[in-house]
Design a protein around this ligand. Structure first.
Ligand code: HEC
Ligand code: HEC
Length: 420
């Protein structure tokens, strides 16, 4: 998600005159409040579970031991921050978030931390680089957010002065457009709803960000793998997690074992399995079940062997030669339904417009300013697959008349309302 938003922002920036981001009212930041989060055993325990395991905070905000399997955070440096990359005029630093007053977060208020984690605004008011996953953490419930902050406050302070993140001006201007203030309460998944729990965990843990090839010439589909992830000098392609033979088609018990052990320590350390190994059976089981609802995609991806052209994501990656682009056949759709579907649909939040038109009994879609036509293949009368779209789309039909919205079946779903 984070990545697609950034791409859209970069494209829209290209047609704007170059003006300082601040002059246009970016970043959108809400004023700080004086709220504080009360500590207690329940919050400390939950905070540790989230921070160390599900949300992988220390995978970025600590130096890592690259010689150990899975490259876990170096003991005694948890939260002390790390230089993540440095190249020319670009430097990315995950700051020291331990309570050290001089070099860490000791002098920041609880709300400064809360606003940074979910809303992408640093303690000093700057827009954070998208590589801090605030767009995924935005889904955190208020109680989970409070637990994370209570736990951060309880970390042993580590003295570690680091330089600041520096990005080229155009990239920083694009970054500045992403933060969104959160001013309404955020609830977690309803207790007892395992599928909702799974979707929540997949969202906040950013499985979707890493495991979907947002930047590939052709997006193979949500969680269908092939995203080339860079960590400093290391790179790896993410795996296909959809329920297809080329993805995660193995049983739940195997999935839990893979997540616990990094597939017998064989997975590339860019997959943060050392963090996920601490997740409960219940949470891993819920993630597995929710993955089963994602549209299955045939996409073999590996990190072993030579890179070869892949017809599914149009990149070069190991196992690419095993992939062939096979799209399903359209089911028949009654003309009386088909004529109700064309229109222009838009989500302001995702900055995404899809124009649907009908020609010779078929539907075609166009995204934003693109001139490329995507044929929509009917999976049912109202659900369609568009090659390169992240997920199938569902038209919402009222009892009579034209469709009122178009829903991209992602996690969470994105609703595009009819605007024309
Ligand atoms: C994928 C890497 C990554 C993960 C995971 C990550 N962060 Fe960050 N974080 C960063 C980077 C990089 C920055 C600095 C961005 C910048 O300077 O623009 C940052 C910035 C921050 C800041 C703002 C510091 C300031 O100067 O105000 C806070 C607070 C923070 N992270 C806390 C967390 C917490 C808590 C978690 C886990 C819930 C977390 N981060 C997970 C990479 C990460
Ligand atoms: C920072 C990026 C990143 C994040 C976040 C991430 N993964 Fe991964 N994951 C990877 C990469 C890269 C691989 C491929 C590793 C390899 O081929 O050795 C991988 C591999 C896997 C595999 C192994 C598949 C197989 O059978 O070989 C599973 C399962 C998996 N990830 C599940 C998840 C789940 C579930 C989440 C969220 C809770 C998640 N990953 C979050 C990067 C990530």
């Amino acid at each position: 998600m984070a990545k697609r938003l950034l791409l859209l922002l970069l494209t829209s920036l290209a047609v704007l005159p170059v003006v300082g981001a601040a002059e246009q009212g970016y970043p959108r930041a809400r004023p700080l409040t004086d709220r504080t989060f009360e500590s207690g055993p329940a919050r400390l325990g939950r905070g540790q579970y989230l921070t160390e395991h599900l949300l992988q905070c220390f995978v970025c905000h600590s130096e890592r031991d690259w010689d150990a399997p899975g490259a876990p955070p170096v003991a005694g440096r948890k939260g002390a921050g790390a230089l993540l990359s440095e190249r020319g005029d670009r430097r990315v630093v995950a700051p020291n978030i331990t309570p050290d007053v001089e070099t860490g977060a000791g002098g920041w208020t609880d709300d400064m931390l809360a606003r940074a984690i979910r809303e992408g605004i640093g303690h000093d008011g700057r827009a954070l680089y998208w590589g801090m996953w605030y767009q995924s953490f935005a889904g955190l419930s208020d109680e989970d957010l409070a637990s994370v902050i209570v736990y951060l406050r309880a970390l042993p302070p580590v003295r570690n002065a680091l330089p600041r993140t520096v990005l080229p001006a155009d990239e920083q201007a694009a970054n500045a457009r992403s933060p969104q203030p959160i001013t309404a309460p955020v609830a977690g998944p309803a207790p007892g709803d395992s599928k909702a729990l799974g979707r929540y965990l997949i969202g906040v843990a950013d499985c979707t960000g890493c495991h979907s090839a947002w930047e590939a010439p052709r997006n193979p589909g949500l969680l269908a793998g092939g995203n080339e992830i860079v960590r400093g000098t290391r790179t790896a392609f993410s795996s296909n997690l959809t329920r297809h033979e080329s993805g995660v088609a193995y049983p739940k018990e195997t999935f839990i074992a893979v997540m616990r052990t990094g597939k017998g320590k064989s997975l590339h350390p860019i997959m943060p399995w050392t963090a996920f190994s601490g997740l409960t059976d219940q949470d891993l089981g819920a993630i597995y079940d929710a993955l089963g609802d994602v549209y299955p995609v045939a996409h073999y991806v590996s990190n072993v062997g030579d890179s070869r052209h892949c017809a599914v994501c149009e990149q070069e990656h190991p196992f690419g030669e095993h992939n062939h682009l096979v799209l399903p056949k359209s089911v028949p759709v009654a003309a009386t339904v088909l004529e109700r579907l064309p229109g222009t649909y838009r989500s302001d939040g995702a900055n995404w417009t899809i124009m649907v038109r009908r020609e010779a009994g078929k539907l075609y879609a166009r995204e934003n300013d693109s001139t490329a036509d995507i044929e929509l293949i009917a999976l049912t009368e109202t659900r369609y697959l568009g090659s390169g779209l992240p997920a199938p789309v569902e038209f919402m039909l009222p009892v009579a008349g034209a469709a009122t919205s178009l829903v991209s079946l992602e996690l969470p779903e994105i609703v595009l309302e009819r605007v024309q």
